[in-house]
Write a protein that binds this ligand. Structure first.
Ligand SMILES: [Ca+2]
Ligand SMILES: [Ca+2]
Length: 243
């Protein structure tokens, strides 16, 4: 929590001195793209990952953007990674979350230069799902500490419209690491994964099922993880997030 308080402080400090005004040009927006989930049964319970793309449209250069989110449903925040052209060596991004208070803080600001005008995915948020059902992501504008979505240029700030996102968490019938759908994980699955990783041969498997170490990418470390599981009684494949 201490770390997150620090980020909230950064967010609030960053807001200090901003004069709110009408959004210049075309209205900027903040919304979400299609959420993807991979949830498997673990005995009587469920385990999985959900990837939520946060999308931003800004037609003017920005100096600062602040987004606070909250959620409900059977998910906890796991990680987030920035995406696209907006962050570079002079534009710094902070992503932080607190699962106890169900709050996510996103801040991007410039050391020099600007956050360029752009449209599309700005951040992927990855949640861990522990059940099926419905989840919803909203802003923190309504709650204490209030943290409205704010975009700002050098002189003024504005509050772009935001669309909350509700999505369904559905159980998958596949098993992590079972890439040929044989209902078991064995040498054949390793060969399929090796062919994909080193020869770019894709044999139609569900991608998150191949991300067996659940780091949201399919690569050599997944091959090693799967070999260790099958031949060395290593850790079981996890539901992945490489959608
Ligand atoms: Ca198999
Ligand atoms: Ca992986």
């Amino acid at each position: 929590m201490q770390k997150f308080l620090f980020v909230i402080l950064v967010l609030l400090l960053a807001e200090t001195g901003i004069t709110y005004a009408q959004d210049p040009g075309i209205p900027d927006t903040v919304n979400f793209g299609v959420c993807q989930s991979y949830i498997v049964a673990e005995g009587d319970s469920f385990d999985g990952k959900v990837r939520v793309p946060l999308r931003i449209f800004n037609d003017e250069p920005l100096e600062n953007l602040l987004i606070c989110l909250t959620w409900n449903g059977p998910i906890i925040c796991d990680t987030g990674f920035f995406y696209g052209q907006r962050l570079d060596t002079n534009v710094f991004g902070i992503f932080d979350f607190d699962n106890e208070f169900k709050v996510i803080g996103v801040n991007a600001f410039v050391f020099e230069g600007e956050i360029i005008p752009d449209t599309g995915v700005f951040l992927y948020i990855v949640f861990q799902a522990f059940d099926t059902g419905v989840a919803k992501i909203d802003t923190r504008s309504c709650c204490f500490p209030e943290c409205p979505i704010t975009f700002a240029d050098t002189f003024t700030g504005w509050r772009p419209p935001f669309e909350p996102k509700e999505f369904e968490l559905v159980k998958s019938d596949t098993i992590p690491g079972d890439l040929n759908g044989s209902s078991r994980t064995d040498l054949v699955d390793i060969i399929i994964l090796v062919n994909f990783t080193f020869k770019s041969i894709y044999q139609g498997f569900l991608r998150p099922a191949a991300d067996v170490n659940s780091d949201c990418r399919i690569r050599l470390s997944d091959v090693i993880y799967l070999i260790n599981f099958i031949f060395k009684a290593g850790e079981r494949p996890k539901p992945g997030c490489a959608f």
